[in-house]
Design a protein around this ligand. Structure first.
Ligand code: ADP
Length: 455
């Protein structure tokens, strides 16, 4: 940045210097031209008076150093020319200034030399006898003038270059120094200082970004901690059924199980394996929900139809537990992922069945209005104590560990439900009275026009 500022200052100085040079040269040249012309005119008038009085003798008495003097008779004959060899051969009557003098008494003109190195200024004056006296002088062009001034110009240019170099160096340092000394950990401390006034927006942005970074880091750390805890919990949850399975298998292998106990042992092994596979399934589902990269389908799904399928799949286990399953209400459509919505309905119904009492009921109700689609799952089970109601959605949280495990629970069902509901911009509520039963209500927002169109 310092180098950029330095280069910019040097470029600006050079541009200003060149512009001033052109301007000064232009103005000086114009001024000089005006002076030379006035002088030439005055000298021509003086000389013509002298010639009118004393004739050619006056001209012979003159010793012009720079001017050329020509005297042309009224008939065009050249009576005198200070540059005799050249002058006598030329036809002067055709010259612009001479013609003007013959016609109106006085004429001027300017002609460039072939090389444009210099130019000739002419002034001609008619005498009382009708002849014309012409004087001319060579004026140097701007370029020759520039050459004349080359030395002082170079000296000034050098001085300007040195000055702009020093200035640019100091300026660059002064601009960059406060930026370099900013403490990125506390950029706002400079806001009140004079030399940081222009940098205030930058300082505020830095502070904003710093705060954002801090928040992001805290979130990443929190997510890492949650993942770590989750992994530790999963390993712990896996160990228990694995130990049980290997323990039962070892006993059978060593012949330590009586013939009549073999069947219940096999039953325990099957139960523990079922829990293992359920746990694996739930962990996979949660991991999928956690990874944002997973592509989710967006279809119109009917919660009523999903509930029908779920209840059908649960019929045999409901019979075994002597629990009655009921489905009420009508169609309730939601835009979303069918697998996730199935998971929501299944987990809620499964819990309602597992934490129920014999001869209890599970009632599912689906309904919709213009703004929302609703699903409620009510059971007549053990209920959830008030102090646990907020925590049941936490991963691996169980109100009663042994009861959950006996019921084949993993402690992950409601976390999956909550996660999936939030992904569909819905909300979940729970009302429960211990000993009487629980009702979970899930509400999804609807966009009626779009859904009607799609149907
Ligand atoms: P689990 O696999 O243990 O059922 P969940 O995440 O589905 O795990 O539920 C967490 C805990 O919430 C359960 O262990 C249970 O204690 C309680 N719970 C969930 N649903 C019900 C319900 N319908 N009735 C009573 N308790 C419930």
């Amino acid at each position: 940045m310092g180098r950029k500022i330095f280069r910019a200052v040097c470029q600006v100085s050079a541009a200003i210097f060149l512009a001033s040079l052109v301007l000064i040269m232009g103005i000086s040249y114009g001024y000089l031209t005006r002076i030379v012309r006035t002088q030439l005119k005055a000298e021509t008038f003086l000389a013509s008076q002298g010639v009118a009085q004393s004739g050619i003798a006056f001209l012979h008495g003159m010793d012009p150093e720079h001017e050329r003097i020509t005297w042309i008779a009224a008939n065009g004959d050249v009576l005198y020319d200070s540059n005799a060899e050249k002058g006598l051969m030329e036809n002067h009557t055709e010259r612009e200034e001479v013609r003007a003098a013959f016609d109106s008494g006085y004429g001027e003109s300017v002609r460039y030399s072939r090389t444009f190195a210099d130019r000739q200024l002419y002034a001609a004056k008619r005498l009382p006898d009708g002849s014309v006296l012409r004087m001319s002088i060579v004026q140097r062009s701007v370029w020759t003038l520039l050459l004349d001034f080359a030395q002082p110009i170079c000296a000034v240019m050098l001085l300007a270059l040195v000055l702009s170099f020093v200035l640019a160096l100091r300026l660059a340092k002064r601009i960059v120094a406060p930026i370099n000394s900013i403490d990125p950990d506390d950029p706002l401390q400079y806001c009140d200082r004079d030399d940081y006034r222009e940098l205030e927006p930058l300082l505020r942005r830095l502070a904003c970004q710093k705060a954002q970074l801090r928040r992001d880091r805290a979130e990443i750390e929190k997510a890492a901690l949650i993942r770590q805890e989750f992994t530790a919990n999963v390993s712990h949850e896996l160990k228990t059924p694995l130990h049980a399975i290997s323990g039962y298998a070892e006993l059978i292998e060593n012949g330590m199980v009586r013939e009549e106990d073999l069947k219940p042992f096999a039953g325990r092994i099957r139960q523990e394996s079922a829990r293992l596979s359920r746990l694996a399934g739930d962990v996979i589902e949660l991991t999928k929900l956690d990874s944002e990269s997973v592509r989710r389908t967006d279809e119109t799904c009917d919660l009523h139809r999903i509930a029908e399928n779920v209840l059908e799949s649960m019929e045999s286990s409901a019979d075994a537990r002597q629990v009655t399953l009921r489905l009420e209400g009508g169609s309730a459509t939601v835009r979303g992922c069918p697998q996730l919505l199935h998971s929501v309905v299944f987990n809620l119904c499964d819990n309602a069945l597992r934490y129920n009492r014999p001869r209890g009921t599970v009632t599912i109700r689906t309904e919709q209005d213009d703004r929302a689609a609703r699903l409620s799952v009510r059971d007549t089970g053990i209920g959830i104590p008030k102090e646990s109601q907020d925590r049941v959605y936490e991963r691996f949280y169980r109100v009663d560990r042994s009861r959950s495990k006996d019921a084949g629970g993993t402690g992950l069902g409601l976390s999956i439900v909550k996660h999936a509901v939030l992904l569909h911009h819905g909300r979940i509520e729970l009302n429960s009275i211990p000993g009487e039963g629980t009702i979970f209500t899930v509400t999804f927002p609807r966009q009626p026009q779009t859904e009607e169109r799609e149907r």
